[in-house]
Design a protein around this ligand. Structure first.
Ligand code: 5GP
Length: 198
Protein backbone atom coordinates (compact mmCIF):
# COMPACT_ATOMS: atom_id res chain seq x y z
CA UNK A 1 0.00 0.00 0.00
CA UNK A 2 1.23 3.45 -0.84
CA UNK A 3 1.86 5.90 1.99
CA UNK A 4 1.64 8.75 -0.45
CA UNK A 5 -0.68 11.64 0.30
CA UNK A 6 -1.70 11.61 -3.34
CA UNK A 7 -1.75 7.83 -3.77
CA UNK A 8 -2.13 7.20 -7.47
CA UNK A 9 -3.79 10.53 -8.23
CA UNK A 10 -3.15 12.10 -11.63
CA UNK A 11 -3.97 15.58 -12.92
CA UNK A 12 -4.32 15.93 -16.70
CA UNK A 13 -4.38 19.23 -18.53
CA UNK A 14 -5.40 18.63 -22.10
CA UNK A 15 -6.37 20.82 -25.04
CA UNK A 16 -5.66 21.38 -28.69
CA UNK A 17 -2.20 22.80 -29.35
CA UNK A 18 -2.28 26.59 -28.87
CA UNK A 19 -5.32 26.66 -26.56
CA UNK A 20 -3.21 27.83 -23.62
CA UNK A 21 -2.61 24.47 -21.97
CA UNK A 22 1.07 25.06 -21.26
CA UNK A 23 0.41 28.45 -19.74
CA UNK A 24 -2.32 27.10 -17.45
CA UNK A 25 -0.05 24.18 -16.52
CA UNK A 26 2.87 26.41 -15.54
CA UNK A 27 0.56 28.60 -13.46
CA UNK A 28 -0.68 25.53 -11.57
CA UNK A 29 2.85 24.24 -11.01
CA UNK A 30 3.85 27.56 -9.53
CA UNK A 31 0.77 27.88 -7.34
CA UNK A 32 0.72 24.34 -5.93
CA UNK A 33 4.03 22.95 -4.66
CA UNK A 34 2.29 19.57 -4.28
CA UNK A 35 2.28 19.21 -8.08
CA UNK A 36 5.14 17.94 -10.23
CA UNK A 37 5.34 18.09 -14.03
CA UNK A 38 5.43 14.72 -15.74
CA UNK A 39 8.21 14.94 -18.33
CA UNK A 40 7.12 13.03 -21.44
CA UNK A 41 9.26 11.16 -23.92
CA UNK A 42 9.19 12.68 -27.43
CA UNK A 43 10.82 12.00 -30.78
CA UNK A 44 10.57 15.51 -32.22
CA UNK A 45 13.53 17.89 -32.30
CA UNK A 46 13.97 20.15 -29.26
CA UNK A 47 12.99 23.80 -29.80
CA UNK A 48 15.64 26.41 -29.09
CA UNK A 49 14.62 27.09 -25.47
CA UNK A 50 13.92 23.47 -24.56
CA UNK A 51 16.04 21.25 -22.33
CA UNK A 52 16.33 17.49 -22.37
CA UNK A 53 14.93 16.00 -19.15
CA UNK A 54 13.08 19.22 -18.30
CA UNK A 55 10.64 19.82 -21.16
CA UNK A 56 10.85 16.33 -22.62
CA UNK A 57 13.08 13.30 -22.69
CA UNK A 58 14.06 13.74 -26.32
CA UNK A 59 14.89 10.42 -27.97
CA UNK A 60 15.28 8.64 -31.26
CA UNK A 61 12.40 6.73 -32.80
CA UNK A 62 14.33 3.49 -32.15
CA UNK A 63 14.63 4.23 -28.45
CA UNK A 64 10.97 5.19 -28.29
CA UNK A 65 9.92 1.94 -29.98
CA UNK A 66 12.03 -0.05 -27.56
CA UNK A 67 10.20 1.61 -24.68
CA UNK A 68 6.86 0.68 -26.26
CA UNK A 69 8.06 -2.95 -26.45
CA UNK A 70 9.18 -2.86 -22.83
CA UNK A 71 5.78 -1.54 -21.69
CA UNK A 72 7.42 1.59 -20.28
CA UNK A 73 4.52 3.91 -21.21
CA UNK A 74 1.12 4.33 -19.57
CA UNK A 75 0.08 5.88 -22.90
CA UNK A 76 1.77 6.98 -26.08
CA UNK A 77 0.56 8.59 -29.30
CA UNK A 78 1.82 9.61 -32.68
CA UNK A 79 0.58 13.13 -31.98
CA UNK A 80 1.77 14.53 -35.33
CA UNK A 81 2.85 12.69 -38.48
CA UNK A 82 5.91 10.65 -37.51
CA UNK A 83 6.24 12.40 -34.10
CA UNK A 84 5.74 10.21 -31.03
CA UNK A 85 5.01 11.34 -27.49
CA UNK A 86 4.49 9.18 -24.42
CA UNK A 87 3.92 9.27 -20.67
CA UNK A 88 6.47 7.16 -18.83
CA UNK A 89 5.41 4.83 -16.04
CA UNK A 90 8.73 5.66 -14.34
CA UNK A 91 7.77 9.36 -14.24
CA UNK A 92 4.54 8.60 -12.39
CA UNK A 93 6.40 6.40 -9.90
CA UNK A 94 9.16 8.95 -9.39
CA UNK A 95 6.61 11.69 -8.63
CA UNK A 96 4.37 9.59 -6.37
CA UNK A 97 7.41 8.38 -4.46
CA UNK A 98 8.42 12.00 -3.92
CA UNK A 99 4.96 12.41 -2.32
CA UNK A 100 3.71 14.69 -5.06
CA UNK A 101 0.92 14.71 -7.59
CA UNK A 102 1.86 14.30 -11.29
CA UNK A 103 0.58 16.82 -13.84
CA UNK A 104 0.33 15.61 -17.42
CA UNK A 105 0.22 18.11 -20.28
CA UNK A 106 -0.83 15.72 -23.03
CA UNK A 107 -3.00 15.50 -26.12
CA UNK A 108 -6.67 14.55 -26.08
CA UNK A 109 -6.32 10.90 -27.11
CA UNK A 110 -3.55 10.31 -24.59
CA UNK A 111 -5.68 11.96 -21.91
CA UNK A 112 -8.58 9.63 -22.67
CA UNK A 113 -6.28 6.60 -22.41
CA UNK A 114 -4.86 7.66 -19.05
CA UNK A 115 -8.39 8.21 -17.71
CA UNK A 116 -9.40 4.74 -18.86
CA UNK A 117 -6.49 3.21 -16.93
CA UNK A 118 -6.87 5.32 -13.77
CA UNK A 119 -10.59 6.12 -13.81
CA UNK A 120 -11.11 6.79 -10.12
CA UNK A 121 -8.21 9.05 -9.27
CA UNK A 122 -7.75 11.19 -12.34
CA UNK A 123 -8.89 14.79 -12.68
CA UNK A 124 -8.88 15.96 -16.29
CA UNK A 125 -9.27 19.56 -17.39
CA UNK A 126 -9.90 20.37 -21.05
CA UNK A 127 -8.85 23.86 -22.11
CA UNK A 128 -10.99 24.99 -25.02
CA UNK A 129 -9.88 27.77 -27.37
CA UNK A 130 -12.54 30.48 -27.88
CA UNK A 131 -12.63 29.69 -31.63
CA UNK A 132 -10.60 28.09 -34.40
CA UNK A 133 -9.84 31.56 -35.80
CA UNK A 134 -8.40 32.67 -32.47
CA UNK A 135 -6.43 29.44 -32.22
CA UNK A 136 -4.88 30.08 -35.65
CA UNK A 137 -3.95 33.61 -34.58
CA UNK A 138 -2.25 32.34 -31.40
CA UNK A 139 -0.30 29.64 -33.19
CA UNK A 140 0.87 32.17 -35.80
CA UNK A 141 1.91 34.58 -33.06
CA UNK A 142 3.90 31.85 -31.32
CA UNK A 143 5.86 31.46 -34.53
CA UNK A 144 7.04 27.90 -33.84
CA UNK A 145 5.22 26.28 -36.76
CA UNK A 146 5.75 26.03 -40.49
CA UNK A 147 2.67 26.59 -42.70
CA UNK A 148 2.16 22.81 -42.95
CA UNK A 149 2.51 22.05 -39.27
CA UNK A 150 0.24 25.01 -38.45
CA UNK A 151 -2.50 23.59 -40.67
CA UNK A 152 -1.95 20.12 -39.10
CA UNK A 153 -2.45 21.55 -35.65
CA UNK A 154 -5.61 23.42 -36.67
CA UNK A 155 -7.17 20.37 -38.31
CA UNK A 156 -6.37 18.30 -35.28
CA UNK A 157 -7.80 20.96 -32.93
CA UNK A 158 -11.22 20.91 -34.58
CA UNK A 159 -11.32 17.13 -34.16
CA UNK A 160 -10.13 17.27 -30.55
CA UNK A 161 -12.75 19.82 -29.50
CA UNK A 162 -15.38 17.20 -30.36
CA UNK A 163 -14.08 15.12 -27.41
CA UNK A 164 -14.39 17.82 -24.76
CA UNK A 165 -17.24 16.00 -23.01
CA UNK A 166 -14.91 13.10 -22.16
CA UNK A 167 -13.21 15.12 -19.41
CA UNK A 168 -13.98 16.07 -15.80
CA UNK A 169 -14.07 19.81 -16.58
CA UNK A 170 -13.89 22.20 -19.54
CA UNK A 171 -12.51 25.73 -19.29
CA UNK A 172 -12.99 28.12 -22.21
CA UNK A 173 -9.81 30.12 -22.49
CA UNK A 174 -11.08 33.50 -23.71
CA UNK A 175 -9.31 35.24 -20.81
CA UNK A 176 -6.10 33.60 -19.60
CA UNK A 177 -6.26 35.08 -16.09
CA UNK A 178 -9.79 33.78 -15.62
CA UNK A 179 -8.88 30.38 -17.05
CA UNK A 180 -5.98 30.10 -14.59
CA UNK A 181 -8.20 31.04 -11.64
CA UNK A 182 -10.83 28.48 -12.60
CA UNK A 183 -8.24 25.75 -13.01
CA UNK A 184 -6.71 26.74 -9.66
CA UNK A 185 -10.03 26.24 -7.87
CA UNK A 186 -10.55 22.81 -9.42
CA UNK A 187 -7.05 21.70 -8.54
CA UNK A 188 -7.21 22.99 -4.94
CA UNK A 189 -10.28 20.84 -4.41
CA UNK A 190 -8.67 17.80 -6.07
CA UNK A 191 -5.56 18.09 -3.91
CA UNK A 192 -7.68 18.13 -0.76
CA UNK A 193 -10.14 15.40 -1.78
CA UNK A 194 -9.64 12.01 -0.13
CA UNK A 195 -6.88 13.12 2.19
CA UNK A 196 -6.76 11.71 5.71
CA UNK A 197 -8.95 8.84 4.63
CA UNK A 198 -11.82 11.09 3.60
P1 5GP B 1 4.60 20.08 -28.60
O1 5GP B 1 5.27 19.41 -29.76
O2 5GP B 1 3.95 21.38 -28.99
O3 5GP B 1 5.50 20.21 -27.40
O4 5GP B 1 3.44 19.12 -28.11
C1 5GP B 1 2.52 18.66 -29.02
C2 5GP B 1 1.37 17.99 -28.30
O5 5GP B 1 1.80 16.76 -27.72
C3 5GP B 1 0.78 18.82 -27.17
O6 5GP B 1 -0.63 18.75 -27.30
C4 5GP B 1 1.24 18.09 -25.96
O7 5GP B 1 0.35 18.27 -24.89
C5 5GP B 1 1.24 16.67 -26.44
N1 5GP B 1 2.02 15.77 -25.60
C6 5GP B 1 3.14 16.05 -24.90
N2 5GP B 1 3.56 14.98 -24.22
C7 5GP B 1 2.68 13.99 -24.48
C8 5GP B 1 2.55 12.64 -24.05
O8 5GP B 1 3.35 12.11 -23.28
N3 5GP B 1 1.51 11.93 -24.54
C9 5GP B 1 0.59 12.46 -25.38
N4 5GP B 1 -0.40 11.68 -25.78
N5 5GP B 1 0.68 13.73 -25.81
C10 5GP B 1 1.70 14.49 -25.36
Amino acid sequence: MSMNRFADKILIITAPSGAGKTSVTSYLLEKFPQLAFSVSAATRQPRENEQNGVDYYFMSLDDFKRKIQDNDFIEWEMVYEGKYYGTLRSEMDRIWQADRLPVLDIDVKGAIHVQQQFPRKTLSIFIEPPSIGELRRRLEARGTETADSLQDRINKAAYEISFKHSFSHTIINDDLEKARQEAGEMVAEFIEAGRNGR
